[in-house]
Write a protein that binds this ligand. Structure first.
Ligand code: ATP
Ligand code: MG
Length: 182
């Protein structure tokens, strides 16, 4: 593995958004992490919301300790609103972790997987979040995934890809599968 992360310094760090209803947003972010780490980048991958099962990516990234810091934050706060205050605290903690990673100077890439929901459910203040993204370190790549990205976020991003669903096996009653969905 080469150690050429220094090359990103002075380069143009991008704000990238993977959104839309089709499958592939999180897997695209995982792909970027794999590509970046191969060039010696240090990556921080923060997964919001999901927290109940252990995903394949969590296992894989665990093998890149020292290169990829992987965090799962939250507890399904968008649809299990049995305790809204607890959800808010979890979202807050996740956002604090994200902000810290962005300004830490430790990473060349910070990935906020499923972050769009924190904004659409107003768990994180929109202006504050957009302010952080607009002031991110110049050379840092930030990747945000999730459905329904806010128009303001889409406007400020350097790269936006919308995954469009053409067909999904779920429609034929095929449940989430290991190695494919998680
Ligand atoms: P992936 O993690 O596979 O890249 P994703 O990040 O694009 O998917 P999410 O919106 O985060 O998709 O959805 C999480 C899960 O829902 C994934 O396991 C995905 O396969 C599934 N999913 C995505 N699109 C659909 C759909 N149109 N109908 C049903 N399930 C879907
Ligand atoms: Mg996803």
């Amino acid at each position: 593995m080469c150690d050429c992360a220094e090359e990103t310094k002075g380069g143009k760090g991008l704000l990238m958004v993977f959104t839309g209803n089709g499958k592939g947003k999180t897997t695209a972010a995982i792909g970027l992490a794999m590509r970046a780490v191969g060039h010696g980048f240090r990556v921080c991958f923060i997964q919001f919301i999901k927290g109940s099962w252990r995903s394949g990516e969590q296992e894989t990234m665990g093998r890149f300790r020292g290169r990829i810091d992987f965090h799962v934050m939250g507890r399904g706060f968008t649809w299990k609103s049995d305790d809204l205050e607890k959800d808010r605290r979890a979202a807050r903690a996740a956002w604090d972790k994200a902000r810290e990673a962005i300004f830490s100077g430790k990473y060349q890439m910070v990935i906020l997987d499923e972050f769009t929901y924190l904004l659409s459910y107003k768990m994180v203040d929109r202006d504050e979040a957009l302010g952080v993204f607009s002031k991110k370190p110049q050379g840092l790549h930030v990747v945000i995934t999730g459905r329904d990205a806010l128009p303001e976020l889409v406007d400020m991003a350097d790269l936006v890809t919308e995954m469009r669903e053409v067909r999904h096996p779920y429609k034929n009653g095929i449940r989430a599968q290991k190695g494919i969905e998680y």
